[in-house]
Design a protein around this ligand. Structure first.
Ligand SMILES: [Zn+2]
Length: 586
């Protein structure tokens, strides 16, 4: 039985109750036949988050998040479907089939096991072993307490070539696996392997499920490189991970914002200072993937990099990625160009928190940074400053926001709006053309799909009323639902029925893609019971009629544009036919 297989999934589904699952993290109150609470996926003061026990679905009328137990875990833990299934299985005591999804998955599992063993070994050495002494001294000197070391699972790799290799091999890990996990390197003459991390403080990097997937190592002596990271492996991709996100995600949700820093030690110092919402980039400039990842947890970010030139440039690049994904961004630059780690060694946590709370918007940062470097009374410098700032602001997805920034910028730089507007238009046009062919654009902020009453009633009747389903489902043609947001839901029902399976909300949720599952949950949460076969048939008729009316309008528009007699005749004939069908309905 495969881990992703239908047997496993349905077994998990039937052994987890959605109300008790969600109650673990969201206080729910009974409200009519449903349960109600504050949505864990967006900030709200009055509850618009509903859970339906009989349908085993949840839906938030505030942000549109909705689905079944699997979807809830996917959203809450920020994991993919399979991982959500595993987490639920563990919770329900359903055995997870080993290596079921093929060779790649069992290879992944052995790499995760190797990383887990490595983290435990490094940790043990730092905490207990004599050879961990240099590591302990170093962290002592840097002011990282034992509690913080424990909390972050820090470790130490001694200055030897064979510590990890010999120990993990003794535990039964194959050297090829350790190599593939990025823990060993191969000797140049291919005669064997040696430890990648030596004489370094070890920072374990976890994914969102909490598995260790890679390591960062800080050299404790002079030499290069100061920081060494795991290479890309089957389980670790530095572009797609943020150090500390697993640790901080709850804090990020609670505070409503994330603080992005550059280094492992910056992160550790912030954790120690009680700042619970930090994440660190992993020795890269901020990537699109990291921005998307973070967007699952918050829409506000404070960038807190070094305040030196390199740091400012990195900050500016990260702003483009963040703004284009619709984040509200502030920038914190600490006094005397210090990084958070250096700052917190000489100042209090309260002082840091005060500066964090007062940190200016990214717009202020851009203007201040430009005016530090150029005399803005000089027209040439002014133009250069505008050209530096505009491409960043051009990333803001909302047109309204963008024009607000342009007005602000014109005011701050004291130039004529029209001039600046012309410039920004230029930049925007270039921007869109460049992005047209390249990477997929940021997901647009989710606007709830508009649903007609007739669509809602039809779906409800088909799911909840067996008689209506028996009479109507086979009668619905694909064309009837063309362009309707519920068309995938209805064809999902047809395919369940075709396969001889029960048509229920939970069963449907299992076969629908994400967006449709949300829609289904939204429909399922409607209070009033469905209104029987006749009413459902009227809904279907009204949808058919709506589609025909639309078609007739399209034909009419085409007729107005055509001057060619043959084509006009053809359009007219089709229009008359459609009108006849509409008339016969009412
Ligand atoms: Zn919500």
């Amino acid at each position: 039985m495969a881990a992703g297989g239908p047997d496993f999934v349905s077994k998990v589904r039937s052994s987890v109750d959605i109300v008790s699952l969600i109650s673990e993290s969201v206080p729910l109150k009974k409200s009519g036949r449903k349960f109600r609470g504050l949505c864990p996926f967006h900030n709200e003061k009055t509850p618009s988050f509903y859970v339906d026990e009989t349908k085993q679905l949840f839906y938030c009328f505030g942000c549109g998040a909705g689905g079944d137990t699997f979807k809830f875990v996917m959203l809450r833990e920020g994991v993919e479907f399979l991982e959500a299934a595993r987490l639920l299985a563990r919770r329900a005591g359903v055995p997870v089939p080993q290596g079921g999804t093929g060779q790649r998955s069992s290879e992944r599992e052995s790499l995760v096991a190797a990383c887990r063993a490595a983290a435990a070994l490094y940790r043990e050495i730092l905490v207990r072993e004599p050879q961990g002494g240099p590591g302990r001294n170093y962290l002592e000197k840097r002011g990282i307490t034992e509690a913080t070391r424990e909390e972050l699972g820090l470790g130490f790799a001694p200055d030897r070539w064979d510590t990890l290799r010999d120990d993990l091999q003794k535990q039964g890990h194959r050297p090829e696996t350790l190599m593939a996990a990025g823990l060993l390197q191969r000797r140049e003459d291919a005669s064997g392997y040696y430890d990648r991390f030596r004489n370094r403080i070890i920072f374990p990097i976890t994914n969102l499920a909490g598995d260790v997937i890679g390591f960062g190592g800080r050299l404790i002596a002079d030499g290069e490189p100061k920081y060494l990271n795991s290479p890309e492996t089957l389980i670790y991709n530095k572009r797609e991970n943020l150090y500390g996100l697993h640790h901080s995600r709850q804090g990020i949700k609670e505070s409503g914002e994330a603080v992005v820093v550059e280094g492992y030690l910056d992160f550790a110092s912030l954790v120690q200072a009680g700042v619970k919402s930090a994440v660190a980039t992993l020795g890269t400039s901020f990537t699109d993937e990291q921005a998307s990842l973070l967007r699952r947890f918050t829409e506000k970010v404070v960038v807190n990099y070094d305040a030196d030139n390199a740091g400012e440039n990195a900050t500016r690049r990260s702003l483009e990625k963040l703004l284009s994904r619709g984040f509200a961004v502030r920038v914190l630059q600490l006094p005397s160009s210090k990084d958070p780690d250096a700052f917190l060694r000489s100042a209090s946590a309260d002082e840091y928190r005060r500066l964090l709370a007062e940190s200016p918007s990214c717009f202020e940062f851009l203007v201040q940074s430009a005016s530090r470097r150029a005399d803005l009374n000089d027209p040439a410098a002014l133009g250069a400053a505008a050209r530096e700032i505009l491409p960043v602001l051009a990333q803001v997805p909302s047109r309204l926001e963008r024009s607000r920034y342009v007005a602000l910028l014109a005011e701050r730089l004291r130039v004529e709006d029209a001039l600046l507007l012309a410039e920004i238009r230029d930049v925007m046009l270039r921007g869109t053309r460049e992005s047209a062919g390249s990477a997929p654009a940021a997901a647009p902020p989710r606007a709830p799909v508009a649903l007609r009453e007739s669509e809602i009633s039809l779906v409800r009747a088909l799911v909840e009323d067996e008689d209506a389903r028996a009479r109507l489902l086979n009668e619905i043609l694909p064309a009837d639902l063309e362009g309707s947001p519920v068309s995938a839901i209805v064809s999902g029902m047809a395919s369940l029925q075709h396969r001889g399976m029960d048509v229920t909300y939970a069963g449907l949720a299992a076969v629908l893609p994400d967006g449709e599952r949300e829609l289904l949950a939204r429909i399922a949460m409607r209070g009033d019971p469905p209104s029987g076969t006749d009413a459902a048939r009227r809904c279907l008729e009204s949808m058919r009629r709506g589609r025909l009316v639309k078609e007739r309008e399209t034909l009419q528009r085409e007729m107005e544009k055509t001057s060619e007699p043959g084509r006009l005749n053809d359009l007219l004939r089709r229009k008359i036919e459609i009108s006849r069908r509409i008339d016969s309905m009412s």
